[in-house]
Ligand binder design. Structure first.
Ligand SMILES: C[S@@+](CC[C@H](N)C(=O)[O-])C[C@H]1O[C@@H](n2cnc3c(N)ncnc32)[C@H](O)[C@@H]1O
Length: 381
């Protein structure tokens, strides 16, 4: 199997950062698009990216692209795909279609056509399928790592068939026993640390830490821990799967890991949530790397044992899911930062202009991301 044509799905707003990360992970022909990044790589590269990317949500490989104006045409062309390379006998298959400005607009019929094509190509009497109506089954199958998703996109009569290689979303690292209130996605937290060029010798404070995502992601970055090491990937069931090469990729990722004397302090007002953050960190294997403290952000000061300026990174409540007076909270955060943290840097997520004004700090750079169904600005001050 030669070069694979791939597409990385990412949180809208993280495309450029994901593109940079993919380049570092030795992807080729990296092209940033809206909502994702296309690239080419080898099977080894696919393993490496799924294991090590901190920013990508999932990786698809593109199997076929063709025009189809009728369901029989879609069926016939889908049947030409070498499904026997990817669909083993033990897996369930789910086909998800999206149709836009095309003659074929019935996604259910399109899914059925592809599903039939796979079954007939493989010459099996019936394909184990997970349908949309059976969401509970789909989730369970995904957790067992034995569901293979096939994605069909039809746009302007052009059909693209892709195969999911990641299974569960890659931001689901497996350490979040508790999610606190309105947690930030792990991929967003990792991207923000990267965007701020955070390095392990810089002290890191994460006030309003919630479930502890920033602190845990930072600790994993410090220890060079590959986020996908405990993930279950559907490709291990592919008939063309190369076990030795996979083991080599896993061994390389494990060998990169090292301990680090990093300073990460996570604080939170709610004692119950702080306890959950501790438990999440313990599950992530970094419970003793992070210091936890119950603290109102209004009382945040530079810890006594820290002499060099560092970085603050936080995702304060937006006022929808976490009910607090957000305007005065952002105002207090701004005052604390300007009065107590001379020489420090801060990355903060803000939901709107009102909160940004309340923060009252000079913004050095910014980017926008889709978070919790809305656009949120990330500010570097
Ligand atoms: C949006 S959540 C943070 C989510 C976090 N980034 C995560 O991934 O779980 C905001 C957190 O701020 C905490 N909080 C609210 N007011 C606070 C205050 N005055 N001081 C410290 N923490 C506060 C809430 O308890 C909540 O856990």
């Amino acid at each position: 199997m030669g070069n694979l044509s791939c597409y990385a799905v990412v949180v809208p707003g993280l495309e450029t950062m994901a593109g940079d990360e993919l380049n570092e992970l030795a992807a080729h022909n990296v092209q940033v698009e809206e909502g994702g990044v296309s690239f080419t790589t080898t099977m080894d590269g696919l393993f490496r990216i799924n294991l090590r990317s901190r920013i990508v949500t999932r990786v698809l490989i593109r199997l076929a692209s063709f025009r189809a104006m009728s369901f029989p045409e879609l069926y016939n062309k889908s049947r030409k795909v070498a499904w026997e390379h990817y669909i083993g006998s033990q897996v369930s298959v789910s086909v998800r279609a999206s149709c836009k400005t095309s003659k074929l607009m019935h996604s259910g019929r399109a899914e059925q056509a592809v599903s039939d094509a796979v079954r007939d190509r493989l010459e099996i009497a019936s394909l184990k399928t997970v349908s949309r109506k059976d969401e509970a089954g789909a989730i369970e199958a995904n957790n067992m790592g034995n569901e293979q998703q096939i994605l069909l996109r039809i746009e302007n009569n052009q059909c693209t068939i892709s195969l999911d290689t990641s299974g569960e979303r890659l931001d689901r690292r497996g350490y979040r026993l508790h999610s606190g209130k309105a947690p930030v996605r792990e991929t967003i937290a990792a991207a923000m640390l990267r965007w701020m060029d955070w390095s392990v010798d810089e002290p890191l404070l994460t006030p309003m830490c919630g479930s502890g995502t920033f602190a845990i992601e930072a600790a994993w970055i410090a220890e060079k821990r590959a986020p996908g090491l405990n993930h279950r990937f559907p490709f291990i069931h592919w008939p063309v799967f190369k076990q030795k090469r996979w083991h080599r990729a896993v061994e390389k990722a494990r060998a990169m890991q090292s301990s680090s004397s990093v300073c990460i302090i996570a604080s939170e007002l709610d004692a119950g949530i702080l306890k959950q953050a501790r438990e999440n960190a313990a599950l992530a294997g970094v419970g003793d790397v992070i210091s936890f403290e119950k603290l109102d952000v209004c009382r945040l000061t530079v810890p006594e044992n820290i002499s060099d300026p560092g970085l603050i990174v936080c995702n304060p409540p937006y006022g929808d899911r976490v009910k607090v007076d957000v305007k005065s909270l952002y105002k207090s955060l701004g005052e604390v930062f300007s009065q107590q943290f001379s020489g420090w840097r801060m990355a903060v997520m803000v939901p709107d202009q009102i909160c940004e004004n309340a923060l009252g700090l000079k913004v050095k750079k910014r980017f926008k991301i889709k978070h919790g169904g809305r656009w949120v600005h990330v500010l570097s001050v």
